[in-house]
Design a binder for this molecule. Structure first.
Ligand code: SF4
Length: 211
């Protein structure tokens, strides 16, 4: 049962988040400034979610479905969550899905995978991520891939950071490799071991914090 004061705080957070998500959906800054041909921001999550995922940027499949992590990367990430003890469906039903930018940056000019969002796009989109973290106040943040990890940890090699975590003001930051099929980092058995260590940390938090 939720006490009245707590319910009021939850309601305020839900309202504030709803306004923020509307603002994000209406954002056209990167299109107006010529970084992408068409802005189509997507958002997903609730103010009560305890885990917040930060990816790089949505791909075209997620934009088509209007739902982050709708492509193969989302299936892999759900699989990782299940390996850490979370139930099927947890990713889309109970996890706040955020990213460094909210629009599809398009294909890489050389045709090899998706283009990484540039620094100006990252700067334009960053306030939305800051606002989500402030409103949702998750217990755990999963940082997916080098770009998201370096945003919080600075320049670092994946092998030096996967399998470790950091606590900042009660917020638990857990770096993970990017789950998209493009990442070949997990082909190395030593990297697989580090990845397993990261999932074990997540499994421990699941029971410790009732995630
Ligand atoms: S990527 Fe972010 S800042 Fe750029 S248009 Fe989309 S929502 Fe706006």
């Amino acid at each position: 049962m939720v006490a009245n004061g707590e319910q009021g705080t939850n309601d305020r957070a839900a309202n504030e988040l709803s306004i923020l998500q509307q603002q994000i959906r209406q954002c056209r800054l990167c299109q107006q400034q010529g970084y992408i041909p068409v802005a189509h921001p997507i958002v997903s999550g609730r103010s009560t979610d305890r885990i917040l995922v930060i990816g790089q940027a949505p791909g075209h499949r997620s934009i088509e479905k209007d739902q982050p992590f709708s492509g193969p990367g989302g299936m892999v990430l759900q699989h990782w969550l299940e390996a850490a003890g979370f139930p099927p469906g947890y990713l889309h039903e109970h996890t706040y899905l955020s990213s460094l930018t909210r629009c599809d940056p398009g294909k890489h000019p050389n045709g090899n995978g998706d283009r990484k969002p540039g620094k100006p796009e990252l700067l334009l989109c960053r306030p939305y991520l800051e606002a989500e973290l402030r409103i949702v106040q998750p217990k755990v943040v999963l940082l997916l891939g080098t770009m998201a990890i370096e945003t919080f940890f600075g320049p670092v090699k994946l092998a030096q950071i996967i399998g470790k975590y950091q606590e900042r003001d009660g917020l638990l930051l857990l770096p993970l490799p990017h789950p998209s099929g493009v990442s070949r980092w997990l082909n190395d058995p030593e990297h697989k071991e580090l990845h397993q260590q990261a999932l074990m940390i997540l499994a421990r938090w699941r029971s410790l914090y009732s995630l």
